[in-house]
Design a protein around this ligand. Structure first.
Ligand SMILES: Nc1ncnc2c1ncn2[C@@H]1O[C@H](COP(=O)(O)OP(=O)(O)OP(=O)(O)O)[C@@H](O)[C@H]1O
Ligand SMILES: [Mg+2]
Length: 304
């Protein structure tokens, strides 16, 4: 990190350092990442599956030499999994140990309650606290990227929880007080937009809409991941993938699938993507029978 505490010198620096990690960012991505760093704001990245949302967080982590703390969202994710919880088992053991010791002493009413207060203070201390990703991320004092992945999969209530963390970078634990971040993590939230996130949450974030890349950039991405593939083959794959995306499919192929396809044709030793080659490997890019049927008829692959 630079002396002013910023991770990047300018937009070009973001691009260059992401590229060094193998992530090819366009101008929009590099600019938003730069701004998120300068303004100290969380970055919400929204877009279809497999366009490089999660990968951006990972690339950023290595570009700035940080550690990645990941909160994977899912239905039913709650405070105990996202923020913190008390270690009940350990607390119980502590109480039992305390009760054993107390029974030996004089069973006087007042000293009993003092002992209980002591035990209570004891079991609600750091030692019994289980820190989950959000709390862990704000308490770290070395560079941290906090990835809140697939935010739209979590229930709406989780957003309330995120709001406190993302607006004040602090967490309030009733028994311990308010724990404030010593050093703000770089926060990236991702969403597949299966539902709208709340306005309150969006207001706290910078927004990056990631979509399928241009043909040229996708070719570059494929070649950076599968260099042995060669320009010509990468170009054909990208062209076919783009024509598949233009069809009305249940699940359009993503960048991840284009890369897989590259690895597949390399493994099989194909040197052109003729109809037979496309048909025999279609399962790598299209994962619904109806999508395959549609592609075969629209690309007129059944002809031979
Ligand atoms: N700009 C890029 N540069 C290099 N590789 C990329 C880029 N974008 C995507 N990829 C590749 O595409 C793959 C899929 O990306 P990623 O897993 O980040 O998708 P995602 O958007 O998080 O998808 P999902 O919504 O399914 O989680 C990555 O493994 C990465 O190799
Ligand atoms: Mg992802």
């Amino acid at each position: 990190m630079s002396s002013q505490g910023y991770a990047f010198a300018d937009v070009a620096d973001v691009r260059e350092r992401l590229r060094e990690t193998g992530y090819l960012a366009d101008e929009a991505i590099a600019t938003t990442v730069f701004l998120a760093d300068r303004l100290g704001k969380p970055l919400l990245v929204e877009g279809p599956a497999g366009v490089g949302k999660t990968e951006l967080a990972k690339a950023l982590t290595s570009a700035v030499g940080a550690e990645l703390i990941r909160l994977q969202c899912y239905e039913g994710l709650d405070e105990a999994r996202a923020l913190y919880e008390w270690n009940y088992k350990k607390q119980l053991l502590r109480i039992q140990a305390g009760a054993g010791a107390g029974a030996e002493g004089t069973a006087e009413e007042s000293s009993g309650s003092a002992a209980w207060r002591q035990t209570h203070d004891d079991i609600f201390s750091e030692e019994f606290l289980l820190s989950r990703p959000l709390l862990t991320a704000i308490r770290r004092d070395s560079p941290t990227v906090l990835l809140i992945d697939e935010t739209d999969k979590a229930d709406v209530e989780v957003e309330g929880l995120l709001l406190e963390v993302l607006s004040d970078f602090q967490v309030t634990i009733p028994e311990l007080g308010t724990l404030k971040a010593t050093r703000r993590p770089f926060v990236i939230l991702t969403s597949n937009a299966t539902r709208e996130l709340s306005e309150a949450l969006k207001r706290r974030c910078l927004y990056l809409n990631l979509d399928y890349p241009s043909a040229a950039r996708e070719k570059e991405i494929v070649l950076s991941r599968v260099p042995e593939l060669g320009e010509r083959m990468a170009e054909s794959l990208v062209r076919i993938v783009r024509s598949l995306r233009a069809m009305e499919l249940k699940k359009a192929p993503s960048i991840a699938e284009t890369i897989d396809w590259g690895q597949t044709v390399l493994a099989l030793g194909f040197d052109t993507m003729d109809d037979a080659a496309v048909t025999s490997t279609l399962g790598v890019v299209l994962k619904h029978a109806s999508d395959q049927a549609r592609a075969i008829s629209q690309l007129k692959l059944g002809a031979n």
